[in-house]
Design a protein around this ligand. Structure first.
Ligand SMILES: Nc1ncnc2c1ncn2[C@@H]1O[C@H](COP(=O)(O)OP(=O)(O)OP(=O)(O)O)[C@@H](O)[C@H]1O
Ligand SMILES: [Mg+2]
Length: 217
């Protein structure tokens, strides 16, 4: 399931520091868009603001007919937003299975739905099923990225946002992540931040560029 994500005149930053401003973007239901941009351009800050992890300074965020602006991050998660954060941020001391189970608290899933979603994640990344009891901190970088994506999919999102999913990965693993994300195209509305233009070109419908806090659509 997916829905249109609409940003209107969005601005955000840290305290009184505005990092990005006047960002307007429409991502159609099931479309995949890429965001390129130099280090420090404000890409991560933008995604964190969309998710409600940072307060916006101005503007609107809508998902289909739903106004997300008054919602806290956990409510936006329930409304359908999922973020695969920069640097993966899996919980190192927890096993693969426990990391995936964390999504359960955010979504109030029944046991049947939980098992069905787990099966979807394992179909996408069989490696995770093989490593279910392994502490996540001992996974390879690629396996951690698979877990971070799997954890987001466990939320049953409409919008999947990925912040530099190929960062620090070997080319062979980049290809695996690319193939997995290509298989998700159309099922979710996706925003992918990347420095790897070749990766983006193989995945997205169109690419925007973030520069100096402005998004060029
Ligand atoms: N917690 C923070 N407090 C204050 N300023 C911050 C904070 N986090 C990031 N910034 C600043 O906001 C600006 C944008 O950072 P951001 O992480 O959004 O960039 P980015 O485009 O994601 O960069 P990268 O490609 O390196 O991930 C930078 O100038 C950065 O120093
Ligand atoms: Mg970033």
């Amino acid at each position: 399931m997916s829905a249109t994500l609409l940003l209107g005149g969005l601005a955000g930053g840290y305290g009184r520091l505005t990092v990005f401003r006047d960002v307007s973007l429409s991502v159609d239901a099931g479309a995949t868009i890429g965001i390129l941009g130099a280090n420090g351009a404000g890409k991560t800050t933008l995604l964190r603001t969309v998710c409600g992890l940072l307060p916006s300074h101005a503007g609107s965020v809508r998902l289909g007919d739903v106004d997300l602006a008054p919602m806290a991050a956990w409510q936006r998660t329930r409304a359908g937003l999922a973020l695969v954060p920069e640097g993966r941020q899996v919980i190192a001391g927890l096993s693969v299975g426990e990391n995936l189970e964390l999504s359960r608290a955010s979504t109030r899933l029944s046991q049947t739905d939980y098992v069905a979603r787990l099966a979807q994640v394992f179909a996408l990344f069989p490696r995770l099923a093989e490593r279910l009891d392994q502490p996540s901190g001992s996974l390879s970088g690629g396996e951690q990225q698979m877990l971070a994506i799997g954890r987001a999919l466990m939320l049953g999102p409409q919008v999947l946002m990925l912040d530099e999913p190929t960062q620090g990965l070997a080319p062979v693993v980049v290809r695996q992540v690319l193939e997995a994300l290509q298989s998700l195209r159309g099922r979710y509305t996706m925003i992918v931040i990347e420095q790897n233009r070749v990766f983006l070109d193989a995945l997205v419908d169109r690419t925007c560029t973030m520069q100096g806090g402005k998004l060029t659509v």
